[in-house]
Design a protein around this ligand. Structure first.
Ligand code: ATP
Length: 235
């Protein structure tokens, strides 16, 4: 479904991503884990069309999208939940969700998709007419994921959905992400919370200093001593 080949991304003259190749098969939940500053946000932003690659190739459903205009990525079936959520905090929860379905194809199914989002996140039902900024961090993350789901994406990109959330809320969020994937949406998740991400992902990539240093089935990677030492605090 998604194929990233030999991706190279720079900020000015400074390289942030070197020769990164990865793929997401239809229906898969894949995670990219790595430390702070490894390039995870850069990578996912390029896949969402928010930042241009300097080299390499992006293909989605067999079509080259490397040069696609940024505003076309959503219509192509890719939606991102950006780091820090980026909600319109002065607008209501419902308005934020509706913005996700602004394209005609999604708008035609708006009420049905909204119902689905509220099944995923029942806590939002009572908050639909509240300003998004008045919600807790966990609820705001639900709105951000819900807004992306309102575009009815084939591939959902999530940038650190656990950031700043309490452990119990993180658990709830990851259960919802798994539910989204089981509903048929492919998911690419970037996370610093390696233990949680590996629990729900089928396959994983480890990104360090802009390079993929390990990849494989999540369960297999978790068994590797070097991954346990570096990311799980185990000796
Ligand atoms: P974090 O978990 O902190 O978000 P990350 O793995 O997502 O880290 P990126 O944010 O993608 O990493 O950053 C990768 C590298 O690119 C870092 O060295 C960072 O300082 C640099 N970088 C990120 N954004 C910019 C920018 N707008 N301009 C210049 N350098 C940047």
């Amino acid at each position: 479904m998604l194929e990233v080949s030999d991706l190279q991304v720079n900020y000015g003259a400074a390289p942030a991503i070197w020769d990164v190749s990865l793929k997401v098969e239809p229906g898969e939940l894949v995670c990219v884990v790595g430390p702070n500053g490894a390039g995870k946000s850069t990578l996912i932003n390029v896949i969402a069309g928010l930042h241009r690659a300097r080299g390499g190739r992006l293909a989605f459903n067999g079509q080259e999208i490397t040069q696609l205009a940024p505003h076309r990525f959503c219509g192509a079936g890719i939606a991102i939940v950006p780091e820090g959520r980026r909600l319109f905090t002065g607008m209501t929860v419902l308005e934020n969700l509706e913005i996700g379905s602004y394209l005609p194809a999604a708008k035609a199914h708006r009420s049905q998709t909204l119902e689905h989002v509220l099944t995923l996140f029942p806590a939002l039902q009572q908050k639909l007419h509240d300003p998004a900024g008045s919600l807790s961090g966990g609820q705001q993350q639900m709105v951000a994921i819900g807004r992306a789901m309102m575009s009815r994406p084939q591939l959902l990109l999530l940038d650190e959905p656990s950031l700043g959330l309490a452990p119990l809320v993180v658990q709830h969020m990851f259960t919802a992400i798994r539910g989204i994937n089981e509903g048929g949406t492919s998911v690419l998740l970037v996370e610093q919370n390696v233990a949680m991400a590996m629990q729900i992902a089928r396959r994983a990539y480890v990104l360090e200093e802009g390079r993929i240093v390990a990849e494989g089935l999540a369960g297999e990677l978790m068994d590797r001593p070097e991954i346990q030492r570096a990311y799980l605090g185990l000796e």
